[in-house]
Ligand binder design. Sequence first.
Ligand code: ADP
Ligand code: MG
Length: 451
Amino acid sequence: PEILNTFKQDYDISDVSFKTWIKPLQVKSFEDNVVTLVYQGETEMLGLQYIKKKYQIPLKVTIEEIMKMELELQFVLPSDIKDEPSETEEHITINESASLTSRIAEANLNSKYTFDTFVVGSNNILAHDTSLAVAESPGGIYNPLFIYGGVGLGKTHLMQSIGHFVLNKNPNAKVLYTTSESFTNELIETLRNKSGNQQEMSDFRAKYRNVDVLLIDDIQFLQKKESTQEEFFHTFQYLYMHKKAIVISSDRKPKDLEGLEDRLVNRFESGLTVDIQSPNYETRMAILKKKVEVEGIDIPNDVLDYISTNVIFNIRELEGSLTKIIAFSKISNQTIDLDFAKDVLKDYISPEEDNTITCKKIIEVVADHFGISPNDLASKKRSKEIAYARQVCMYICKTLTDETNKKIGLALHKDNPSTVIYGVNQIKEEMARDINTKNMVEVIIKKLNTK
Ligand code: ADP
Ligand code: MG
């Protein structure tokens, strides 16, 4: 590695070229002034020829400088050296699991995120089942799979689970997890380096096209990035035509991705789109219990209940609360009970004494009721569901608080008070017409009062 790094710096080789061509080289042997390098890259013979043509002389010079002697370089493929008798069966298994580990790392996967650790609830069962189906037959079913939902609800966890599943079944499958942000940055980096642009560009393309499963997270980052969208479109088309699996995640559905080319939105919608909602109480409890089980710690049920009841929108925060309690109990050497938990989480969970109903609280409860995030509810987003939930929110704020239309509007990021008047009237009328709406509003108010 030292040789390779010196070489990279001396010859100013780009990251992409380095990763594709140089990094897969390993010194196999060094005998009688002959250095044998094995090329373990994907492209085998073709790659080897390319390396010989382009890098043989510079590599020779670098190695000679480091070794301070004249040498001859020889390049081989792993298959050229397989016939050595030294490998026992045991070695092979060790190598296999080592190779699975390295495949997982190459694919950018975090070993925490597997189907085994994912708790299935009514909020995510569809996303879970379709992800599993894609993992079982990548590219053959639901292509692309588009998963959307609010932050911290398990999108990344699910996507990575697909990657693990595929690699476990077939360690030779080519899986690549990335975020659309990394994709963008890498593209910018490639385009920035004017020299050798052509080569780097084809390396970049090869990296994203030479895969069986492409997992691309948080696609909303591509909004308004025209040239990245252009490049991604071609990547998408290439993979799609070759029946390679594409899984995409986003914080909103394809239609709501503003500043994204229509052709991309259309492609995203052409497969299967599934959402993940906020988990309900039971699922929150199950997630906490799973985590406790994994950590091997005993935590009283009323503590878990306290967390599940109060941390409702975001699984990352749900887990975070638990982690905090565990950490504090270790540090302070105190046993975990309800009072201890309340104390640790006092900044996290609003104190229960505070029973006044505010617009903020109403937003939280209404959002929970509709399974959307409070941020989405209080935003300019105009999807039908969200707009409707927002009107319900306006009605309840108007009914239960003394706030003016203007203040209610501001809490919901609507600067025009007449929007509030309109929303309140819509719900009022609907309640008069439809008993279901009336019941729904009552249920929400009940939830507010017991909170
Ligand atoms: P997102 O990508 O949607 O923002 P993540 O996948 O990063 O969310 O999930 C946030 C955290 O919550 C992660 O630690 C993840 O393991 C955990 N998590 C989310 N959903 C579940 C679930 N259904 N079961 C277990 N853990 C989950
Ligand atoms: Mg994520």
